[in-house]
Design a protein around this ligand. Structure first.
Ligand code: CA
Length: 352
């Protein structure tokens, strides 16, 4: 059903390889590998690359080779940094290049000493990667993830990948042939606890407060805060977003269903951005990691419906709010509403 809205939307997406800097035609430099924000870092194999300004281009240059001392390059997308670590590398075989290994900003910890993939062999038929500080198995062709945490790879096409998945008694297991995987569609008030999407816990367990490191002015009142506490509408939108990912039929489009993890730091930035939009009385984009959806005019349910089912919201890979919500390469989201949320529900979704 298409609805008529008095509200408004705005969307942007950028990836490591998407150019935002313009280069003149007589520029002698190749701008084929441009980046979008100076002084950010990424991994290219074992090489750390830095985004620098070079003759009008923002472009990647080699910064340091981790293999020179036997280490691996690991990205931390939430900080747009990369570093050499001794632990086993995160192997992102299915989920795009943006995930890397990140340590989850929910608790502010930066823990390279514990590898969530340690001891996880994916039944010998897949590779383990770290998303949102949790292990995820990407199974090889012909196999699908199974088990209570999705860390087993079993032959596909045999038993249902939903076999044995109870969704903690608070959801319904759904198989998605395009991913060959199961995911829980959680009941109202519940959301998956981790990127595997195979359980349902109270949303308040996942959409949580956390320290802001560095301190940040989440409400844009000129004073920084050291902790961010989500408002009910922010958690409601987060829960809706993951239920939407789990349940939305991609109709063959390259869209993914596993949940996005809650990112406190980018939720704080989202609230700040929503306050700025409210104060200026209009939608605009600023201060986002890899993608951003903005809306105002109605509550979380209504705005999610606009994002997904508005009049110009195509499936991926086209750029759309719909695609930002369903994009396979995203692993985390931070959601902010301008307080008081009862005003005009200024919403920002920051994707990373
Ligand atoms: Ca403040």
């Amino acid at each position: 059903m298409r609805r008529t809205y008095t509200a408004a939307l705005l969307m942007v997406f950028t990836g490591w390889t998407l150019a935002l800097a313009a280069c003149s035609s007589d520029d002698s430099h190749s701008c084929s590998d441009t980046c979008d924000k100076a002084d950010t870092y990424r991994c290219s194999g074992s090489m750390i690359q830095k985004c620098v300004m070079n003759d009008g281009c923002l472009t990647w240059t080699d910064d340091h080779d981790c293999s020179s001392d036997g280490r691996q390059c690991v990205e931390k997308p939430e900080n747009m940094t990369a570093s050499c670590v001794s632990a086993q590398p995160a192997n992102n075989s299915n989920n795009g290049s943006n995930n890397g290994s990140n340590n989850g900003s929910n608790n502010g910890s930066n823990n390279n000493s514990t590898d969530p993939c340690s001891g996880v062999d994916c039944s010998g038929h897949g590779t383990c990667s770290v998303q949102g500080n949790q292990a995820v198995c990407s199974c090889e062709s012909g196999y699908t993830s199974a088990g209570p945490e999705g860390l087993e790879c079993v032959p596909a096409g045999g038993a249902s990948s939903c076999d044995g998945i109870t969704c903690s008694g608070h959801g319904t297991c759904q198989e998605w042939p395009n991913e060959g995987e199961a995911v829980c569609i959680c009941d109202s008030g519940y959301t998956p606890s981790g990127p595997h999407g195979l359980d349902c816990v109270p949303t308040s367990v996942v959409c949580i407060s956390g320290p802001l490191n560095p301190p940040y002015d989440a409400d844009d009142d000129g004073q920084t805060e050291t902790e961010f506490t989500p408002q009910s509408e922010e958690c409601e939108m987060y829960e809706l977003l993951n239920r939407t990912r789990a349940s939305h039929d991609p109709e063959g489009a390259p869209e993914c269903h596993r949940p996005l993890m809650w990112n406190v730091q980018w939720a704080a930035h989202g609230r700040n951005h929503s306050v700025k939009m409210k104060d200026q009385g209009g939608l605009f984009h600023d201060d986002y990691p890899y993608g951003q959806n903005c809306a105002y005019g109605c509550g979380p349910d209504c705005e999610m419906d606009m994002y997904m089912n508005g009049s110009d919201e195509p499936h991926c890979p086209d750029l759309s709010h719909h695609c930002n919500i369903m994009r396979c390469s995203f692993s985390e989201v931070g959601i902010g509403y301008a307080p008081p949320p009862s005003d005009r529900y200024w919403n920002t979704q920051n994707f990373l």
